[in-house]
Ligand binder design. Structure first.
Ligand code: ADP
Ligand code: MG
Length: 735
């Protein structure tokens, strides 16, 4: 084991402690590894922080007291023994038992990764959880976030060379594996929330099994909230299981006698009912997405005010929670309920209105009432028509149980299910299907190829994806030129894999220098990777639409986004300007950040950064061509009937109402297929079929084109081209 000589952490310590092996070396008793809980706790109880050398703060001491009461704490020794004797360990525990915050710290005190120049990673399926938990653990360890403890999510790396404990999204770890296939910088990897079975976690599990065969020193801990532990144990070579019994209280379940027609309205009504009729305790409401949540928060606040006046109800604090919320706003879910308005008055209540995040990823103490309308936004993929969409769909029984459990963390609680008992029994599926069975696998296949995994059919998936879905992914990557006809990664595919984006976006970026507009395409790619920049608050729709119209470009939404971004850059320092123009400054700022990072990847791959002169009449059409170079497989044709059909898949679609296109171009390229009660295409730009034929002749080839109006148009274009060619030949012969 190396000493402390070149270890930046110990440099903070008093001189006598810095000497390797000195009697006061706080880590001495721990070398070599294999500590006991007592030894680790002695360090935690000490006066100075062994990682920074600073005296522990009072805040630290206070949090420590609470941590010692968490259920996982009682099993620290058992846990340590297990990891000392096994490469894989599966840990299952009730949400809130301390898995996410404590287990990585148990590992840190045991592994001392920084002394070996290593790190410990704890993966999270959700960005919000990674950020929020990292902040909490930094507080718990009495260090500054981004230093010893950090987080890494797409386009945001809050770590430093000092970091030895890193919370990261599962996707980011997968990405790291592409440049470091043995994940050599880690001594331990904790896969958290494994029960969520996200696409990236599933791939990581397969990958880690491989890596662990080659790296016996790598420790893997798989953590999960709900049961099904047997499946994980079996998958990880009969790994041992540690079960953390939760401290939970009974939760009474209520169903509605009749199905609710409008779950949003029913949810709001139930919040208010609970508030006036139930004893003290906070409320957690599950809804499906940002817009719905913001809307519900406004309504609850407004109607709550009325109640307070008419019923003398206590004050309400309504807090939203969803993944695109900035970190400081997320933290509000941990605030206490408001105090009574006057001494002796009715107690206040906190209402958290959240997406699925609050189901397992973040634990909010003090929740006594859960309101569960039974829906969540879920990804669905139909390989036949190549459409992946986020769809509001019924949750599973397992989810409903998990949601109810949130009410019984501090005392007995109640869960109000806004559906009937018979719907629960007969209509809800048992478990949510793993994401890998519901996703477009384009990105994943590209990543796996880049990781050197060629034989996808025999890759050790926990649940293998449908063959048709894999075929579709291979086909997409082949059309984009990322894979050759033998399924091998091409040099282009190799560069594509360097970008943390969908394959189409990667292709568009890489091709953009050819169309002399890589600067503009970079901006567009960034804008497509951040939350919506145009705001449209309910109470000011008309003004918002007028403001947006100022940026509108006749050729479509991509160029409208670009116009808005350029205007923002001219007025950058002015939040008021953004506000007045109904632009979301946070999104624009984050687009700026994303753009910077993508630009770096472009530069690293020797892709030129150029623009067409703005005076050149091809300025905009060059950009549209570059869009088509990435998105030629996402095009719709205007039929004589006045409807759009997607090209090749013949799905009936409409321009999304948010589109700025004020006419119906014959050919449009779209960024996204939105599946709701109708099929919409969102973010659309007019293009020309002639461009597509030049850009992707292999795709727009009549031999593999279904019979439809678009095909007949295509035939006409080909005929015209042939005629022109013949004429030219004839002319040549004559001269
Ligand atoms: P698990 O991963 O088992 O669901 P966590 O480790 O996330 O549990 O949380 C354990 C406990 O730590 C929570 O129940 C809560 O009491 C506390 N906690 C976690 N995050 C925060 C936070 N940001 N603020 C205050 N308390 C927190
Ligand atoms: Mg957790």
């Amino acid at each position: 084991m190396s000493g402390s000589g070149n270890n930046p952490y110990l440099a903070h310590l008093p001189a006598d402690q810095q000497k390797t092996g000195s009697s006061t070396d706080p880590f001495k008793s721990m070398v070599p590894r294999k500590t006991t809980a007592d030894q680790a706790e002695a360090l935690e109880n000490g006066a100075t922080n062994p990682f920074t050398g600073r005296t522990f703060t009072a805040k630290y001491q206070k949090i420590l007291e609470g941590r010692r009461k968490l259920p996982v704490h009682a099993q620290r020794n058992e846990f340590l023994e297990m990891i000392h004797n096994n490469q894989f360990v599966v840990l299952v525990g009730e949400t809130g038992s301390g898995k996410t915050t404590q287990i990585p710290q148990f590992m840190v005190y045991d592994e001392l990764p920084h002394l070996k120049g290593k790190q410990i990673a704890c993966t999270q399926p959700r960005r919000v959880a990674a950020m929020s938990v990292a902040q909490r653990v930094a507080d718990e360890m009495d260090v500054k976030l981004g230093e010893e403890v950090g987080y890494n999510i797409r386009f945001e790396d809050n770590t430093s060379p000092k970091t030895f404990l890193k919370y990261m999204t599962d996707g980011m770890l997968l990405r790291e594996a592409m440049s470091d296939p043995k994940l050599s910088r880690y001594s331990a990897i904790i896969l958290d929330e494994a029960h969520e079975r996200t696409l990236n976690t599933d791939i990581l599990m397969g990958l880690l099994k491989e890596v662990c065969r080659k790296r016996r020193d790598l420790q893997v801990i798989v953590m999960s909230a709900t049961l099904d532990a047997g499946k994980f144990q079996k998958y990880f070579n009969e790994a041992p299981l540690l079960t953390v019994p939760g401290r939970t209280y009974p939760v009474e379940i209520f169903y509605t006698p009749e199905p609710e027609r409008d779950y949003l309205e029913a949810a709001i009504r139930t919040v208010l009912q609970v508030h006036v009729s139930e004893p003290e305790g906070d409320i957690l409401v599950f809804l499906t997405g940002e817009e719905e949540i913001e809307q519900a928060c406004r309504k609850i606040e407004a109607e709550g005010d009325v109640l307070i006046r008419s019923h003398d109800a206590g004050p309400l604090k309504v807090v939203p929670l969803y993944s695109t919320l900035p970190p400081h706003a997320q933290q509000r879910i941990f605030d206490a309920a408001p105090p009574p308005r006057k001494k002796g008055g009715r107690p206040g209540r906190k209402v958290v209105v959240s997406t699925n995040i609050a189901e397992t990823s973040l634990t909010i103490d003090g929740i006594v009432y859960v309101i569960d309308p039974g829906f969540a936004k879920q990804k669905v993929y139909n390989p036949r028509i190549r459409v992946e969409s986020l769809l509001v769909s019924p949750i599973s029984k397992a989810s409903a149980q998990q949601r109810a459990g949130r009410a019984g963390r501090t005392r007995p609680g109640k869960s109000f299910r806004l559906y009937t008992e018979s719907a629960f029994n007969k209509e809800l599926i048992e478990q949510t299907y793993p994401e890998i069975l519901r996703s477009n696998l384009g990105s994943v296949v590209l990543q796996l190829k880049k990781l050197g995994i060629d034989d996808l059919v025999h890759f050790d998936f926990m649940d293998p994806p449908a063959p048709e879905t894999l075929m579709r992914a291979l086909e997409l990557l082949n059309y984009l030129g990322a894979l050759d006809d033998d399924g091998e990664l091409t040099p282009l595919g190799d560069i594509m894999a360097a970008f943390p984006l969908d394959p189409q976006l990667c292709k568009m970026l890489i091709e953009s220098p050819k169309y002399k507009c890589s600067n503009e395409i970079l901006s567009i790619a960034a804008l497509l990777s951040v939350p919506q920049i145009f705001m449209r608050p309910n109470e000011a729709r008309k003004q918002a639409d007028e403001a947006k119209a100022e940026f509108a470009h006749a050729d479509g939404d991509h160029l409208t986004l670009l116009n808005a971004y350029h205007a923002y850059k001219l007025n950058e320092d002015d939040p008021k300007w953004c506000w007045n123009h109904f632009l979301n400054q946070r999104s624009l700022k984050s687009a700026d950040n994303v753009r910077r990072q993508l630009r770096r990847t472009m530069e690293n791959n020797d892709l030129d950064l150029i623009s067409t002169s703005f005076e050149d009449r091809n300025y905009y059409s060059n950009i549209r061509r570059a869009l088509a170079a990435g998105y030629f497989m996402q095009v719709a044709h205007l039929e004589r009937s006045g409807h759009y059909l997607t090209v090749k898949d013949n799905q009936l679609v409409q321009l999304h109402p948010s589109s700025c296109l004020d006419h119906k171009p014959e050919w449009v390229l779209y960024n996204e297929f939105v599946l709701t009660t109708r099929n919409y295409i969102r973010i659309c730009t007019e293009i020309k079929m002639d461009w597509l034929i030049d850009i992707a002749p292999h795709y727009f080839d009549l031999s593999n084109f279904p019979n439809c109006e678009a095909r007949r148009k295509l035939e006409r274009i080909f005929n015209r081209r042939n005629r022109v060619e013949d004429d030219n030949k004839a002319k040549k012969r004559r001269t």
